[in-house]
Design a protein around this ligand. Sequence first.
Ligand SMILES: [Zn+2]
Length: 236
Amino acid sequence: MSFARLREEVYRVNMEIVEAGLVVLTWGNASGLDRAAGVLAIKPSGVAYDKLRARDIVIVSLATGTVSDGELSPSSDTPTHAEIYRAFGGVGGIVHTHSTYATSWAQSGREIPCLGTTHADHFYGPVPCARRLSDEELRFYERETGRVIVETFRSLGLDPLDVPGILLPHHGPFAWGPSAAGALANAIALEQIAKMAALTYAINPEPEAIPRNLLDKHFKRKHGAGAYYGQPAAGH
Ligand SMILES: [Zn+2]
């Protein structure tokens, strides 16, 4: 089987997280999933973005975590991506960065409250912050990071497609979406709403959360059965 299209999409998204200003040096990685083929495609470990080529993208078995196709070693965060894909059925792409504002909230150990409609258009409520890992969990750091992401969503009763991202304390954000391109859009949105929330708190240390009716209106006009935002043919 050829993975050229999946590799090309994942390559493009990895380049776009740099162009969007979410990543400097090698502080990030993006992946995409072919659920029918049972493989994910991800950035190779430690390769500089200006040297990255589409054919360097590594194809990894979702079931076993081993390389199915590719010359290079996959990103060290691959087990985290795999845990998310295994648990969250509708997810087809994942972006991890250390983008400045989202990481600042993560380092503060704070969820990002939903303060306005920009946030509500993309995330149906606060962006959660996961718990810390135990000493035992840190022995299997990347895999357990994925598991604590899944645990957080289950314990909060959240649908990962309604809230397509999370903060890891003292670390940074993961965002996801139905495709790698969708995950990129949510990673960009997450950084922007993290920035707006930080500035809102700087102006008013006690802002009010968005009213429930306005949150519902904004999220649901773009997502789900009653969505009407955008052009009918565009499928927004
Ligand atoms: Zn990281």
